[in-house]
Design a binder for this molecule. Structure first.
Ligand code: ADP
Ligand code: MG
Length: 594
C-alpha cells in the first residue's frame, strides 16, 4: 500500500540530504550569517559538534514576524520568484537549511534586528516549535544546535569520532575565514579557542592566525595581474613541502573552490624543484571576470570550471613561477627559536625540518599576561567570553627580493663538493653536482631545439653495442639523438658508431649519457611525446657529473657563469636543490650574538 508520509517523517528524510554531519550544519549557519551581512561570526562546538553547536553573528537579525517561518521548508527571504534564480548573490536561497537542521536536533534561535529594543527566542525540537518569546539580547543572531540526530539514532552512528568531526569543522572554518578576510571569525572547540581572525582584511595575518606563524613566516608572496585576471596570495619555498595538498587552498572570486586546473598550474610552476609526492603550500586568491567561469556549474559544487582553462593555468603558473624566482625560494637553514617541531616525514629536501630535528632547545618566552584582561574575562558570563580581545599572531608581511647572481662573491669550495658564496646578507652553499646536472640538462634541451648544433668531431670514433630490440626500433630514436648533437650511424650487427658529440660535453659525459639513453630505450618510450623525452634526458643526466670532483677557482667561476644563464638555476632536474642559504642573522643567532 502506498501512503503519504506524515510531515515529521518527510522532514527527517529531507534533512538527511542537507545535513549529514556537524560540519554541514556549521556551513549552513555560517553562510546564513554571511548572507545577513555579519562582520563578526563565532563558531563553537562541543564533542565535535555532535552535542553542541553554536553560531553567533552580528548581522541583520530576523524580524519577530519571521522567526517561525524561517524554520519552514522552502522559506527564504533571499529570492521571491523564479526569475531571481538567475541573479543569486547570496550563499543560500533554497530555504531548506533551518528546516532540515531543526528536523534532526534541538534548536534555539535568539535574534534581534539592530534598532529593535527586544529580540526573540525560539526553541524548536524535531521541527516542533516549543517556545517563541521576547527576550533581551544583542543585535544579530545566535543559533544553538544540540543533540544532533537525537531522533534518528541510526544516523548518529555514522558520525566519525569527536576529534575527526571537529577536524572537519575546523578545516571548513579555516577556509571560510580565509575567504572572508573582512569578517572576524572566532572558532572555539570545547571551550578552547582554536583561532580568531582580525577581520581587517589582511590575508597574511589571517594565515598566521589560522595556520600559525610556523607556516606563515616563510611564505613567498604571489602577485600578478594580466588580461583582467588577478592572482594574489602566498606559496611556500620548494624546501617547505607536505606529503599532500591539505595546505593548498584556492579562492576564486571570493569562494573557496577545488580545481584540478589550479593544482596542475602549481605542479608545473614547481616542476623540477620538488621530489615526486611532495606538495608545496599555496594560498591563492584569484579574481577572474565572472563571464570567464562556467556559469552552468551548480552553486554548491566546489569544483570550479574555467572557460579557457589553458589560459588560466598558464596565468597561475606564471604568477607562481615569478614568485619562485626570488631569493626567498632558496631553501633556508634555520635555527629554531622555540622547541623543535616534529618533522613532517623527513626527506632530503626538507632542509628546515632536518635542521629542526636537531637538539637545539630554546626556552619558549613566557607570554605576557595582561591581568586586566584576565579579570574581565573571568568576571564576564560564559556567553560573553567570546568577546575577549584577539591575541593576534604577529605576522610580518613577507616580500620577494630578486636573486642576483652578480651580487654573489665566491669564497671557495667545501669538501670538494659545495661551492661557498655570499652576498650582502646571506651565506650560500651550492651543490656542484646538482648545478652541473642542471646546466647539462638545459644545454641539452636547448641544443635539441636549435637548428644549428654545436658539435665536436671525435678523433677516434666511439662504438656502441645496443640490444637487438633497440637496434630494430632505430627509427623511433635515432633522429632524437642526432638532434642532441650526436653524429651516430649504424655500423652493423647492433653496433653504432659515433663520430661527433655535443660540443659542451666531455668525452666521458657523452659516453655515459648515451649509455643511459640506450638503457631506457629498451622500454620503448614514446619520444614524440615531449614530456617523455624530457624525462628520459633528465634521467640520463644523472651519471653525467660526479660529486667530489676538485674544481679550481676558474672552473668554479665557469660553472657559476653557466648556472647564471639557466632558466631554472635553483634545482637540479630531479628536484634536489642547487642552492641552500643561511642568513647572516641565523648565523649570529647560532653564535648567540643576537
Ligand atoms: P536560505 O538561507 O536558503 O534562505 P535557511 O533555511 O538557511 O534558508 O534560512 C531561512 C531564512 O532565515 C533566511 O532566508 C533568512 O531570512 C533567515 N536567516 C537564517 N539565518 C539567519 C541569520 N543568521 N541572520 C539573519 N537571517 C537569517
Ligand atoms: Mg541558508
Amino acid at each position: 500500500m502506498i501512503k503519504l508520509l506524515d510531515k515529521k517523517t518527510a522532514d527527517k528524510i529531507a534533512a538527511g540530504e542537507v545535513i549529514d554531519r556537524p560540519v554541514s550544519i556549521i556551513k549552513e549557519l555560517v553562510e546564513n550569517s554571511l548572507d545577513a551581512g555579519a562582520s563578526a561570526i563565532t563558531i563553537e562546538i562541543k564533542e565535535g559538534g555532535k552535542s553542541y553547536i553554536r553560531v553567533t553573528d552580528n548581522g541583520s537579525g530576523i524580524a519577530e514576524e519571521d522567526v517561525e517561518t524561517a524554520f519552514k521548508r522552502h522559506a527564504t527571504s533571499k529570492i521571491s520568484d523564479e526569475k531571481d534564480l538567475d541573479s543569486i548573490e547570496t550563499l543560500g536561497f533554497r530555504g531548506e537549511a533551518l528546516a532540515s537542521i531543526c528536523a534532526v536536533s534541538r534548536v534555539e534561535l535568539i535574534t534581534k534586528k539592530p534598532g529593535n529594543r527586544t529580540g526573540r527566542r525560539v526553541v524548536v525540537e524535531g521541527s516542533e516549535i516549543l517556545h517563541n518569546e521576547a527576550t533581551g539580547c544583542p543585535d544579530g543572531t545566535t543559533i544553538t544546535v544540540k543533540d544532533l540526530f537525537f531522533n534518528t539514532p541510526a544516523r548518529r552512528k555514522f558520525l566519525a569520532s569527536d576529534a575527526a568531526e571537529a577536524r572537519r569543522v575546523i578545516d571548513f572554518a579555516s577556509r571560510i575565514a580565509l575567504s572572508y578576510p573582512d569578517v572576524r571569525f572566532s572558532v572555539i572547540n570545547s571551550t578552547k579557542r582554536v583561532f580568531t581572525t582580525s577581520g581587517k582584511g589582511n590575508i597574511h595575518s589571517n594565515i598566521a592566525n589560522i595556520y600559525g606563524t610556523d607556516i606563515s613566516k616563510d611564505l613567498i608572496p604571489v602577485n600578478l595581474s594580466e588580461d583582467g585576471m588577478t592572482i594574489r596570495g602566498f606559496v611556500s619555498d620548494p624546501g617547505n613541502t607536505l606529503s599532500g595538498r591539505s595546505r593548498q587552498i584556492f579562492c576564486v572570486n571570493g569562494r573557496i573552490v577545488s580545481s584540478k586546473v589550479i593544482e596542475k598550474a602549481i605542479d608545473k610552476a614547481y616542476k623540477e624543484r620538488l621530489f615526486a609526492g611532495r606538495f608545496p603550500i599555496a594560498f591563492l586568491f584569484i579574481a577572474i571576470p565572472a563571464d570567464k567561469l562556467d556559469v552552468n556549474i551548480h552553486p554548491t559544487k566546489k569544483e570550479i570550471r574555467f572557460d579557457d582553462s589553458v589560459r588560466v593555468e598558464d596565468f597561475i603558473m606564471k604568477g607562481i613561477s615569478n614568485a619562485l624566482m626570488g631569493k626567498e625560494s632558496i631553501p633556508t637553514i634555520e635555527i629554531p627559536t622555540v622547541k623543535p617541531v616534529k618533522p613532517v616525514q623527513g626527506t632530503q629536501l626538507d632542509i628546515k625540518n632536518v635542521i629542526k630535528e636537531d637538539t637545539f632547545e630554546y626556552e619558549e618566552k613566557p607570554r605576557k599576561v595582561d591581568i586586566n584582561n584576565v579579570l574581565t574575562t573571568l568576571l564576564k558570563s560564559p556567553d560573553e567570553k567570546t568577546e575577549t580581545p584577539v591575541v593576534e599572531e604577529k605576522s610580518v608581511e613577507p616580500a620577494t627580493h630578486p636573486f642576483e647572481f652578480d651580487e654573489l662573491t665566491i669564497i671557495g669550495a667545501v669538501f670538494n663538493t659545495y661551492i661557498a658564496a655570499q652576498d650582502e646578507d646571506n651565506f650560500y652553499l651550492i651543490d656542484q653536482h646538482a648545478a652541473h646536472e642542471r646546466i647539462f640538462y638545459e644545454k641539452l634541451l636547448k641544443q635539441y631545439d636549435s637548428a644549428d648544433k654545436a658539435v665536436q668531431e671525435l678523433m677516434i670514433p666511439l662504438n656502441f653495442n645496443v640490444s637487438a630490440d633497440v637496434g630494430t626500433s632505430e627509427e623511433s630514436w635515432i633522429d632524437d639523438i642526432r638532434n642532441m648533437g650526436y653524429d651516430i650511424e649504424l655500423f652493423g650487427n647492433n653496433v653504432y658508431i659515433v663520430r661527433a658529440i655535443p660540443a659542451f660535453m666531455e668525452m666521458i659525459e657523452a659516453e655515459e649519457f648515451l649509455n643511459d639513453l640506450f638503457n631506457q630505450f629498451s622500454e620503448h618510450p614514446d619520444l614524440t611525446n615531449r614530456s617523455v623525452l624530457e624525462k628520459i634526458i633528465m634521467r640520463s643526466c644523472k651519471s653525467a657529473v660526479k660529486a667530489g670532483d676538485y674544481l679550481d677557482m676558474a672552473e668554479i667561476q665557469g660553472l657559476f657563469n653557466q648556472l647564471k644563464s639557466c632558466s631554472n638555476p635553483y634545482s637540479c632536474p630531479h628536484g634536489r636543490p642547487v642552492f641552500i642559504k643561511m642568513s647572516n642573522y641565523e648565523i649570529e643567532k647560532m653564535f648567540k650574538r643576537v
